[in-house]
Write a protein that binds this ligand. Structure first.
Ligand code: NAP
Length: 403
């Protein structure tokens, strides 16, 4: 018992070290400010102009040093100053358009939305308080008005609309994406960016709904940030500022290519497709062996989402294991190796399918159909009607908070 307590204490202190890794705080000052520094040193304090300190932190991620950018470096007043001459034209009002647009608006920035007149997004935008002719326009008009064009159309629509929109993204504007998809796979999407604009990316690592809910809670999603083309020499700085403005808590740097490969791979794997496949397989075997739907659901999904996965999220896999019985731990550690061995070839196949554009093509073909919403709805209906998810509905209704 004593050694267990001691080892807990050690782990707890280690965890604190991990929580607050030794960071090397580097500060750099923009070119303009750097030039004015000597003058500043001699100038009386009251006359000091607005100096922007740019904080970049190098964090040790398990032995690999990476730069991260944090919201703390971009307080609201600094964002307002930085974007004071900009019109942020956000086109597309799906999950990301909704989350990022409302966060920008709440941050006090000059943001307008561009969507198809009277489409589902237009109606949703009106419900969210965007006003036609004031800060809600058709796509083309918004792009013409914008200095920073945030392309949050569906990836398939980015392809479809590009030849029309490209001439409106003129010299001096900035082109912003939340996914590397269109420019990286330009051979398939035809999104060849204009050569005289900065092209940046902020990709929130989560649904746009979460981008919004975390912002409202005073928290912030983690996002990746990247530069595809830097014409002004300030593209990265602008990307980071945009990232904070749309609601990121911190941002880690990547490239457009790495973002798109990891994102497509992750959502098809552990984040969504893989986990759904695991749930279905486990549930079916339980049912085939005579377990009731409630038992099969509880042992597959409910305990995972309500008890165990939040523990992983909070403090890591070891913490989750340690919170469980020795019986559970022994079996889980042994079987994790079998699952990894068996699943790794499938993940390799998935990565290759992402890298070589197969996944991109499939997305473009499917989401480019005029009836894509109805087609997806049909599939959602099929999923909703699977026994596992119908059982889940009944299980959720029994949660005391839902009674
Ligand atoms: N969703 C996420 O969790 C997430 C996370 C990170 C990054 N991203 C990236 O963020 C971007 C936006 O994704 P999203 O999920 O927010 O949106 P989405 O659901 O993929 O796209 C919806 C938007 O595209 C518009 N649209 C579709 N076809 C159109 C067309 N032919 N012409 C004009 N508009 C059209 C829709 O308007 P209508 O209502 O008029 O059809 C709607 O406003 C994508 O690049 C995506 O990869 C998404």
């Amino acid at each position: 018992m004593a050694s267990r307590t001691a080892s807990r204490a050690l782990r707890s202190s280690l965890r604190q070290t991990v929580k607050a890794p030794a960071v090397q705080q580097r500060t750099f000052v923009s070119a303009v400010n750097a030039a004015s520094r000597p003058a500043l040193a001699q100038a009386p304090k009251a006359a000091a102009p607005f100096v922007q300190q740019r904080g970049v932190k190098t964090v040790d991620f398990a032995g690999h040093k990476e730069d991260v950018y944090e919201r703390a470096d971009w307080p609201r007043e600094k964002l307002l100053e930085y974007f004071k001459n900009d019109t942020l034209a956000l086109i597309g009002y799906g999950s990301q358009g909704h989350g990022q647009g409302l966060n920008l608006r709440d941050n006090g920035l000059n943001v307008i939305v561009g969507v198809r007149k009277d489409g589902a997004s237009w109606k949703e935008a009106v419900q969210d308080g965007w006003q036609p002719g004031v800060n809600l326009f058709e796509v083309d008009e918004a792009v013409q008005k914008g200095t920073i064009v945030m392309n949050l159309l569906s990836d398939a629509a980015q392809k479809e609309t590009w030849s029309r929109l490209k001439p409106m993204i003129t010299k001096g504007k900035t082109l912003y994406f939340s996914h590397g998809f269109s420019p990286v796979f330009k051979d398939r999407t035809n999104v060849e960016v204009p050569s005289d604009v900065d092209v940046i990316l902020v990709a929130p690592k989560g649904s746009g709904r979460t981008v919004r809910s975390l912002f409202k809670e005073g928290r912030g999603i983690n996002s990746s940030v990247a530069v595809y083309q830097d014409v002004t020499g300030k593209a990265l700085e602008k990307a980071v500022a945009m990232g904070v403005a749309v609601g990121s808590g911190y941002l880690y740097e990547t490239t457009f290519e790495k973002e798109v490969y990891s994102d497509l791979y992750g959502e098809r794997g552990c984040l969504m497709g893989g986990i759904h496949g695991m749930f279905l397989a486990q549930y079916e075997v339980l049912r085939e062996n005579g377990h009731t739907p409630s038992e099969a659901f509880n042992e597959t999904v409910e305990e995972a989402t309500q008890s165990l996965y939040p523990l992983i999220g909070k403090n890591g896999m070891d913490y989750m294991y340690e919170a469980c019985s020795t019986t559970a731990r022994r079996g889980a550690i042994d079987w994790s190796k079998r699952f990894k061995e068996n699943l790794k070839p499938l993940f390799e196949e998935l990565y290759e399918s992402t890298r070589n554009g197969t996944e991109t093509q499939r997305t473009l073909d499917y989401a480019g159909r005029p009836d894509y919403r109805q087609a997806f709805e049909k599939e959602m209906e099929e999923i909703r009607n699977l026994e596992i998810w119908r059982a889940g509905k009944a299980v959720r209704s029994l949660r005391p908070e839902n009674a």
